[in-house]
Design a protein around this ligand. Structure first.
Ligand SMILES: [Zn+2]
Length: 118
């Protein structure tokens, strides 16, 4: 192929003309801006963590006392809420507020369950 600037023969696929030094390919436009990435980020972990957190919250607020099974169930729900919120936050998923709500309620539920078990 020929350089479009100086018309000298250059290698096919060259990115820079060896004769005149012109860049032959413009840099690729960024396919995704940060804004687009944020908009397309998944939200399921945030929602899941908040739902599990609310579930844990309801469990330890409505029960006056727990059986060991209920405490284990609460610990599992709380643990999952914490895991999902950690995933949502580490992956920078949308719904950060929901993920934090899931994290806080998950920790509360876990502490509550541990306090009952021991
Ligand atoms: Zn050239």
């Amino acid at each position: 192929m020929k350089c479009p600037f100086c018309k000298e023969e250059i290698a096919d696929g060259a990115i820079k003309c060896k004769h005149c030094g012109s860049m032959l390919y413009q840099t690729e436009p960024q396919p995704m801006t940060q804004q687009v990435l944020v908009q397309q980020a998944p939200i399921w972990s945030s929602i899941t963590s908040m739902v599990l957190g609310i579930l844990a919250l309801m469990t330890f607020l409505t029960e006056e006392w727990f059986t060991v099974d209920e405490a284990i169930g609460l610990a599992i729900i709380s643990g999952l809420a914490i895991i999902f919120s950690a995933v949502a936050l580490s992956q920078k998923q949308r719904g950060r507020g929901m993920a934090i709500a899931g994290l806080v309620t998950g920790i509360l539920g876990a502490l509550c369950a541990l306090g009952i078990e021991f």
